[in-house]
Design a binder for this molecule. Structure first.
Ligand code: AMP
Ligand code: GLY
Length: 423
């Protein structure tokens, strides 16, 4: 069995590590990162669809897993299928569930999938968008339609701020083509959670719930980031919430894609908010979430490549999950998500025990591991419960010797105290 993973971050490292644990010897990652010791790196960019497919064909790759949304929207899965190769991920036409917020909103409206009320406007409708804002209550959420590397969502507290955001996106094209159209949506209040499912056509297999922490500093202060930590499961989300999300969101969405003639194969990620009226969708992604994947995949007992190949062949599969729980903490370069330096040595990584270390942004220079990005490392511990996993991960990361890293101290703290109060 030869496997290729497309992408270069912590998420892809988690997929690579899972295959390694399953006993796969030949694992390749394009382009990968130098911290991924379990994989052979292939020097092809994620979005070079034809080159990736040609390389996979030449090297007899049996299964490819595509990480980033940019790769999906560049048609990587379509290119692989064109070469008769198996790539787990949606084709471009189905990846629009992430690649266009307007597409996702229209789909949800048509199939009565619970989500925030909204309006949709393109760059020829600036006046209409501004008039619509006048009729709305604040805060309000404005989203660039297309992919904007996680930065295309603005929560506006005042009407002035909302109008300015509309002008920046639609008139000044602050996100280029991606903001030539916007979605303006109702602000939803409640606990957020992430629910990923393995999907093939009309079959879906949900993963355990995860929660990620998006703000840079403790107690959700500071700027939004790509994620500073995560855990699985999420004690504030009950089994009932989980079942309700499967019934009212995941199943209808999988069926809707079939009805639209866009059957979805890959990981469907639902970003949800638990509201007083039940779970509502804030976003769909067409791929594994980052950093959720790093805390969820270690809990999968089933052999991943077998499961994915069977799923893609239309068979029923059994997904077994461990009863353990995980907590992961990101170590980021000081200054992130604003300016930061690269190239600072990271020492003593090999002294950490019984945790997974996922490389998000590192490099190897003269045999030494150095920082090479905003989010640098993601350390994940398993435990019988979140409290045990949390204690372990914070104990272990203290051993990392690097002057230039910071991390949040409150990952899973809320979960821990609510666990205590529930018991
Ligand atoms: P996204 O880039 O779509 O993941 O959105 C970024 C973050 O904005 C989400 O994780 C939420 O915290 C927040 N968000 C997006 N849409 C809404 C909404 N309708 N109401 C409240 N918060 C939202
Ligand atoms: N954790 C959110 C995402 O993967 O986009």
């Amino acid at each position: 069995m030869k496997i290729l993973v497309v992408g270069r971050g912590g998420r892809e490292h988690a997929v690579v590590k899972k295959f390694k644990r399953d006993g796969i010897e030949a694992i390749f990652c394009a382009p990968g990162n130098p911290g991924m010791h379990e994989a052979t790196l292939v020097d092809i960019e994620e979005t070079q669809a034809d080159q990736l497919a040609a390389w996979a064909k030449e090297n007899d790759i049996d299964l490819t897993v595509v990480g980033p949304e940019m790769a999906l929207m560049a048609g990587v899965v379509d290119a692989f299928e064109g070469h008769g190769l198996k790539a787990f991920g949606p084709k471009k036409a189905a990846a629009y569930i992430e690649g266009s917020k307007a597409f996702a909103k229209r789909l949800m409206k048509k199939y009565s999938i619970p989500t925030a009320a909204y309006g949709e406007f393109d760059h020829t409708q600036v006046e209409d968008a501004l008039a619509f804002l006048e009729t709305q209550v604040m805060p309000i959420v404005i989203k660039a339609d297309g992919l904007a590397a996680g930065k295309g969502v603005v929560i506006c507290q005042t009407l002035e701020e909302a109008k300015q955001t509309i002008n920046e996106m639609l008139v000044d094209a602050s996100f280029g083509e991606a903001s030539a159209r916007v979605v303006i949506e109702e602000f939803l209040d409640g606990e957020e959670f992430s629910l990923m499912s393995f999907v093939a056509g009309d079959k879906f297999y949900p993963m355990p719930i995860a929660r990620d922490y998006k703000r840079a500093y403790d107690h959700d202060e500071g700027l939004n980031t790509g994620g500073m930590g995560a855990h699985s499961p999420h004690p504030l989300i009950t089994d009932e919430d989980y079942q309700q999300a499967l019934e009212t969101v995941i199943k209808p969405t999988v069926d809707a894609m079939m009805s639209e003639g866009l059957p979805f194969t890959g990981v469907l990620y639902a970003g949800l908010i638990k509201t007083a009226d039940g779970p509502k969708v804030i976003e769909f992604n067409a791929r594994f979430g980052d950093p959720e994947t790093e805390v969820v995949l270690p809990l999968l007992e089933t052999d991943l490549s077998t499961a994915l190949l069977e799923l893609m062949a239309g068979k029923d599969v059994e997904m077994k999950w461990r009863s353990e729980q995980t907590v992961g903490v990101v170590l980021a370069a000081k200054g992130y998500p604003a300016e930061y330096v690269k190239g600072v040595p990271i020492k003593a990584l090999d002294t950490l025990e019984d945790v997974d270390i996922y490389h998000m942004g590192t490099d190897v220079v003269n045999g030494e591991c150095v920082t090479n990005g905003g989010r640098v490392l993601f350390v994940v511990a398993k435990g019988a419960d979140l409290a045990a996993a949390r204690a372990k991960v914070y104990h272990e990361i203290k051993k990392i010797d690097c002057d230039d890293l910071f991390y949040r101290g409150d990952i899973a703290q809320l979960a821990e105290s609510s666990e205590a109060s529930l018991n």
